[in-house]
Design a binder for this molecule. Structure first.
Ligand code: HPA
Length: 258
């Protein structure tokens, strides 16, 4: 992976206008990138010196206009289970923050642990269960306050858009699981007991880095499968694809009001 300084220099050369909002697009969320106008694209290979290895993740940064704002969209992300450290997975956030991004919308596909949730539901994240994250993006005496992780105003704006679009949604807690294997039934029961409503393999290191950099953050997850029901990555991608029109509309709506 390139150094932060090198990636920053490459990005500065490539884009005309610095983005205000960063959106990290997980499985299924990426079609919102189709709506971006006056766009510049740069592959992760070109920008960071490495691509992404996950099926369903493209691995490019799109910068342009969406909902009256200049936005940067990460189409795909780096995960710990690909062998990166938590610090490395959050490199794009540091680069984008240095270029001027002030807020971030972090999206993901998740498995539901809360029995009331259904496949296709959206979740506005209210908090994180970070206990199972073994590698942390911060080191040394950086005592990050995580008492209010997600931005109240962004959450309210998201709720308003979801209600207007008549999308079924919840406010819930995202629990981190390292992967790349999915959880056992006992893992899922344990995560539920610890307070998580959904489980996924991303989001948490990114939110920690974003908070550390002073960004306002909104977390959104899309339920692709249920706890205690057998599932695989293809099913996650299929459900994500099925919901992608809705996710596209919702994200475009939210970015225009935050
Ligand atoms: N577990 C972890 N990550 C996931 C899942 C899951 O069930 N579904 C989508 N991402």
């Amino acid at each position: 992976m390139f150094s932060e300084g090198k990636a920053l220099a490459i990005l500065k050369k490539k884009i005309k206008k610095p983005p205000e909002t960063l959106m990290i697009l997980g499985s299924g969320w990426k079609s919102v990138a189709d709506l971006v106008e006056e766009r510049e694209e740069i592959s992760y290979q070109e920008l960071f010196g490495v691509g992404t290895s996950v099926p369903g993740h493209v691995g490019k940064l799109v910068v342009g206009r969406l909902g009256g704002k200049t936005v940067a969209l990460m189409v795909g992300r780096f995960h710990l289970y690909e062998g990166y450290t938590a610090f490395e997975t959050t490199m794009p956030i540091r680069v984008l923050a240095r270029i001027g991004v002030k807020q971030m919308i972090v999206t993901a596909a998740v498995g539901a642990l809360n029995p009331r949730y259904k496949v296709g539901d959206l979740v506005i994240l209210s908090d994180l269960l970070t206990l199972l994250l073994q590698d942390r993006p911060l080191s040394g005496p950086q005592f990050l306050d995580m008492s209010a992780v997600f931005d109240e105003e962004m959450r309210e704006a998201a709720k308003t858009v979801l209600k207007k679009e008549k999308v079924r949604f919840w406010e819930g807690v995202y629990g981190y699981y390292s992967g790349p294997n999915f959880e056992t039934p006992t893992d899922k029961k344990a995560l539920r007991l610890l307070g998580a409503d959904v489980v996924g393999m991303s989001t948490v290191p990114e939110v920690m880095m974003g908070l550390h950099l002073g960004l306002k953050i909104l977390g959104l997850s899309f339920v692709t499968n249920l706890a205690l029901v057998k599932h695989d990555h293809r099913e996650v991608l299929r459900e994500a694809e099925r919901g992608s029109e809705q996710m596209k509309k919702v994200l475009a709506g939210i970015v225009s009001v935050v």
